[in-house]
Design a protein around this ligand. Structure first.
Ligand code: NAP
Length: 279
């Protein structure tokens, strides 16, 4: 199959590696010519350039640009595609993207691979990034069966676990487990930096180990992606952050009141709940 990737960064480049390894012919389009050259040299795509016309005779296109560019890039792309071409995207937010693109392109199905690293750009792309990771697809009643089946088969071939839901449900769910953690983790790093004694701050930085590595990882990631999550999933993220503030207030109260019994109960309940989210 001839598959196109628009946006050769961490996710687009990683998709390219895996799709090529399945024997697909992969063509890439990115903003910078240097990125296109690097993607070909690294073996992520068979050919690449900065012109959308390169995607003209593809059967499937994955849009992998930053969130804010997915809709405008799709508007540009439409004039180059045949109406049979199936288009999907990998944006971390689904409702505004699906709402804008679905009425303009029948063969469109929203998608979101739940995989990533703290790095960005083509150099950060990895083989097998999607293996054993959730991959959400958000077709609606009007999405043609063929488009769903084709995208589903490709995604399954990446080794990912497929989930179907409505775009709005996706956005609420990822607000809890992806967008809220980015803001919480960023706040954690910022809070540590508020230590006023430089020697203590230096000591804290020297002592930081696996616990801090885990809890600060997503707060130390791509700032552009974090801002776009907030911009495009604003309402759901605000609700999650308000709930989080409520939880923090409760914990502050328990500690102020030296209510170790209730604090123990709370930490026991979170200890029990965690395996429901991650193994
Ligand atoms: P990224 O590494 O920054 O890659 C995005 C790439 O898009 C850049 O390398 C850039 O390439 C290219 N680009 C920028 N403007 C463009 C344009 N106008 N036309 C064509 N290409 C353009 O970001 P990413 O992490 O792969 O994220 C891409 C998408 O995946 C986002 O929508 C994000 O929500 C989603 N996503 C990210 C993660 C994650 O954890 N990172 C996980 C799941 C989904 P140039 O070098 O050519 O400028």
């Amino acid at each position: 199959m001839k598959i196109g990737i628009l946006g050769l960064g961490l996710i687009g480049g990683s998709l390219g590696y895996d799709l090529r390894s399945q024997g697909h012919h992969v063509v890439g389009v990115s903003r910078k010519q240097t990125t296109c050259k690097t993607a070909v040299t690294l073996g992520s795509v068979d050919e690449a350039n900065i012109n959308l016309s390169l995607l003209a005779d593809t059967e499937v296109v994955f849009i992998c640009t930053p969130i804010g560019l997915i809709v405008p890039q799709m508007a540009q792309l439409i004039k180059h595609l045949s109406s049979n071409t199936i288009v999907t995207d990998v944006g971390s937010v689904k409702a505004p993207i699906v709402k804008a693109i679905a009425p303009t392109w029948e063969n469109f199905i929203g998608g979101h691979p739940m995989a990533g690293t703290a790095d960005s750009g083509i150099e950060a792309a990895q083989k097998n990034l999607f293996v054993d990771r959730p991959y959400v697809l958000t077709p609606d009643d009007t999405t043609p069966k063929r488009a769903i089946t084709v995208v589903e088969e490709i995604v399954r071939s990446l080794g990912a676990n497929i989930y179907y839901c409505q775009p709005e449900q996706h956005d609420r769910a990822v607000s809890w487990i992806s967008h809220l953690p980015v803001m919480v983790s960023a706040s954690l790093i910022a809070t540590c930096l508020s230590e006023t004694d430089p020697e203590v701050l230096q000591l804290a930085q020297n002592l930081a180990s696996s616990g801090f590595r885990d809890t600060s990882r997503v707060g130390g990631g791509n700032p552009e992606l974090g801002v776009m999550m907030a911009q495009y999933n604003r309402q759901a993220l605000l609700s999650s952050l308000q709930q989080y503030r409520h939880q923090l207030d409760e914990i502050i109260n328990l500690i102020e009141q030296e209510n170790w019994t209730d604090l123990t109960a709370k930490l026991q309940s979170t200890q029990q709940a965690r395996p429901n989210f991650v193994d």
